[in-house]
Design a binder for this molecule. Structure first.
Ligand code: HEM
Length: 515
C-alpha cells in the first residue's frame, strides 16, 4: 500500500514538472466562448494548472459545496486545461445526466485507473464503446429484477440471518460481520463460493480493500496527472507504470481465478446456481469473450462489496444516534411480523418505514458524494452556457441531498420525509445510463438487513466505564474521512438481542440453514 502510494506521488510530481513545461509551450486554455456562448460561472483558476490547487489539503466535497453557494448549480473549472463541469442541483442533474444521457454518459479519460491499471476492462471506468455495451448488457441481464428475486433472495436471507446472529453472539466484531456477510452474498451469488471460515473472509475482504483502495488513489480528481496530460504515458519509465502493472496483474489474477474456480466446480458436476455458472453453461449465448466475462463479474466484486459495507456502517451509525427511528422500525416490524417468525422479502410492501429509513440513510451520508465522474461525448448548450465535448462532469451529491429548497431541515436524519413525499430525490446510485446496475440487489439486501436487525436487536451508543454514553460524531466533515468513499471514522456501539426468545429462534433458523 505504502509503496503504491509512493509511486503515485512520484508520478504526480514528475507529471507536474513536465506539465508546466508542456503547457507553457502550448499556452493554456482561457475561459473559452463558443459561438458567442459563455462557459458556466466558476472560480478563477491559475494559468496552466487551472483550479487544481484549490483542492489541495481539502475535502473535495466541501470545496464543491462552497462553490455551489457562490456560483450556483452549474460550475465550470479546468484542471490542466481539461474542462470540468460541476453539477450541484437535482434539477440540473436530471436534465443533463438523464434527459441528455446520449451526451452525458461518457467517462473521463482515466488513463491511470482504466487504461494502465485495468487494461480498459472494468465496466465502471470505460467510455460508452462496444465493450461497455457488451459488459453492461451482461451485467444488467444478471442483475435484472426477476434474477434478483430468483437467485439473490435465498442467498441474502441466509447471509442476513447469519449476520444478525453473529451481531448477537459477538457484538464487538459488528463491522467485520457486516463486511463478511456482504462479501459472502457477492461471492455466493456470483461464483457459488460462500465464505465459510474467518480466514477465508479475511482474505476476500483484504483483496476487495486492496482493489478498491489503490484504485481510489488513482481516481480522486486531480491526483492522476497522466489523466490530464495523456502524452505522459509515452514516457517509458514513468513511475506510475510499475504501480499500475502490479495492480493489473493482481486484479487480472483475482478475477480470472474466481471464474476458473467456478468453471472447475461446474465441470466437476457440483451444484451451481451462481452467475458465473449460468454464463459458462451457455457459452454460445454470450457476446462477451471469456476475459470480458471474468472482468464483468469482477465489477460486482469491486463495486458491490465496500459500497455496501460502508453504507451499512452509516446505517448503524444513524440508528445508534437516532433511537426514535430504530423504535419506529421495530414497531413496524413487530406489527407486520410479530415475535414468532423472521421477516421475509414478502413483508417488504407492508414496511414503508423500513424502506424510508434505508433511503434516508443513502441520502444523509452518500457513500460516494461525487459518484463516478461522467464525461460529455459532444459539445452541448445548456441554459445559455457552452458545455465543451470531453468535459469531466462531477455530480455533487452533498449539495443535491442537502438542498434546503427540496429537503426540510436537510442535515437531520428523518426517514419520515420519504413517507410524506416519496418522490423526493436520492442520487446515491448515480444517474442515467451509468446508474448503478447493482442497486436492486443492494436495496434488497438493505431491506432484509434492516428488517431483521429491527426484529432481533437493539442498537445504542456504547457506554463508558462510568455508564456515560460515548459520543458518535455524525458530522459529515468531522465524523467521516473522504477518500475513495465517505467512510465513518471509528465509532463504538452496543448491540444486544431484544429478547432471549428472539435470539433462540434466530439461532435455530441459522442452525437449520447450515453453513
Ligand atoms: C450501497 C451499495 C451501492 C452503491 C451506493 C453504489 C453506487 C454506485 C454509483 C454511484 C455508481 C456510478 C453511477 C454513475 O456513474 O452515475 C455505480 C456504478 C456501478 N455499480 Fe454500484 N453501488 C452499490 C452496489 C453495487 C452492487 C451490489 C453492484 C453489483 C453487484 C454494483 C455494481 C456497479 C457497476 C458494475 C457499476 C458501473 C456501471 C457503469 O459504469 O456502467 N454496485 N454504483
Amino acid at each position: 500500500m505504502c509503496a503504491a502510494y509512493g509511486y503515485h506521488i512520484l508520478t504526480t510530481i514528475a507529471g507536474l514538472v513536465l506539465s508546466i513545461y508542456i503547457v507553457s509551450k502550448a499556452g493554456y486554455r482561457s475561459r473559452r466562448v463558443h459561438k458567442g456562448l459563455p462557459l458556466p460561472p466558476g472560480p478563477p483558476g491559475l494559468p496552466l494548472i487551472g483550479n487544481i490547487h484549490q483542492f489541495l489539503g481539502k475535502s473535495i466535497a466541501s470545496v464543491l459545496e462552497q462553490w455551489k453557494e457562490e456560483y450556483g448549480p452549474i460550475i465550470y473549472i479546468h484542471l490542466f486545461g481539461t474542462p470540468v463541469i460541476i453539477i450541484g442541483s437535482s434539477h440540473v442533474a436530471k436534465e443533463l445526466l438523464e434527459g441528455r444521457a446520449q451526451i452525458y454518459s461518457g467517462r473521463p479519460n482515466f488513463i491511470l485507473a482504466s487504461e494502465a491499471m485495468q487494461d480498459n476492462m472494468m465496466l465502471s471506468f470505460i467510455a460508452p464503446n462496444e465493450r461497455h455495451r457488451r459488459l453492461r448488457k451482461l451485467v444488467d441481464a444478471q442483475l435484472r429484477p426477476s434474477a434478483v428475486t430468483e437467485y439473490f433472495h435465498p442467498v441474502q436471507e441466509v447471509e442476513v440471518h447469519r449476520l444478525v446472529n453473529s451481531l448477537i453472539e459477538d457484538p464487538i466484531g459488528w463491522k467485520s460481520h457486516i463486511a463478511k456477510a456482504l462479501a459472502s452474498i457477492i461471492m455466493t451469488t456470483t461464483y457459488d463460493r460462500a465464505i465459510k471460515s474467518g480466514k477465508d473472509a479475511e482474505q476476500v475482504v483484504k483483496n476487495v480493500f486492496r482493489l478498491n483502495n489503490e484504485l481510489g488513489l488513482a481516481v480522486e480528481s486531480g491526483k492522476s496527472v497522466v489523466d490530464f496530460l495523456p502524452w505522459l504515458r509515452h514516457i517509458p519509465f514513468a513511475p506510475y507504470k510499475a504501480f499500475s502493472r502490479s495492480y493489473l496483474n493482481f486484479a487480472e489474477n483475482t478475477y480470472k481465478s474466481l471464474m476458473d474456480e467456478a468453471k472447475a466446480n461446474l465441470e466437476a458436476g457440483n451444484p451451481a446456481r451462481g452467475i458465473a455458472a449460468r454464463l459458462l453453461r451457455n457459452p454460445e449465448e454470450q457476446e462477451a469473450s471469456y476475459r470480458e466475462q471474468y472482468w464483468g463479474l469482477g465489477s460486482f466484486f469491486l463495486a458491490g462489496s465496500d459500497t455496501q459495507s460502508i453504507s451499512s456502517e452509516i446505517l448503524f451509525m444513524a440508528l445508534a444516534t437516532h433511537p426514535h427511528v430504530l423504535k419506529k422500525c421495530q414497531a413496524e416490524v413487530d406489527l407486520v411480523v410479530g415475535p414468532d417468525r423472521l421477516p421475509t422479502f414478502d413483508d417488504e410492501p407492508s414496511m414503508p418505514y423500513i424502506r424510508a429509513t434505508i433511503r434516508e440513510a443513502f441520502r444523509w451520508r452518500p457513500v460516494g458524494p461525487t459518484v463516478i465522474p461522467h464525461a460529455t461525448t459532444e459539445d452541448d448548450e445548456y441554459i445559455g452556457y457552452y458545455i465543451p465535448k470531453g468535459s469531466m462532469v462531477l455530480p455533487n451529491l452533498f449539495s443535491m441531498h442537502m438542498d434546503p429548497e427540496i429537503f426540510d431541515d436537510p442535515e437531520t436524519f428523518n426517514p419520515q420525509r420519504y413517507i410524506d413525499n416519496p418522490s423526493l430525490p436520492c442520487h446515491t446510485f448515480g444517474f442515467g445510463r451509468r446508474i448503478c446496475p447493482g442497486r436492486r440487489m443492494a436495496e434488497a439486501t438493505f431491506f432484509l438487513k434492516l428488517a431483521t436487525v429491527a426484529w432481533g436487536v437493539d442498537i445504542e451508543k456504547q457506554k463508558d466505564s462510568s455508564g456515560k454514553e460515548m459520543d458518535i460524531d455524525t458530522d459529515r466533515g468531522q465524523g467521516f474521512t473522504l477518500g475513495t468513499f465517505l467512510k465513518p471514522k471509528p465509532f463504538s456501539i452496543s448491540i444486544t438481542s431484544r429478547s432471549a426468545e428472539r435470539a433462540k429462534l434466530l439461532a435455530a433458523v441459522v442452525d437449520d440453514e447450515g453453513l
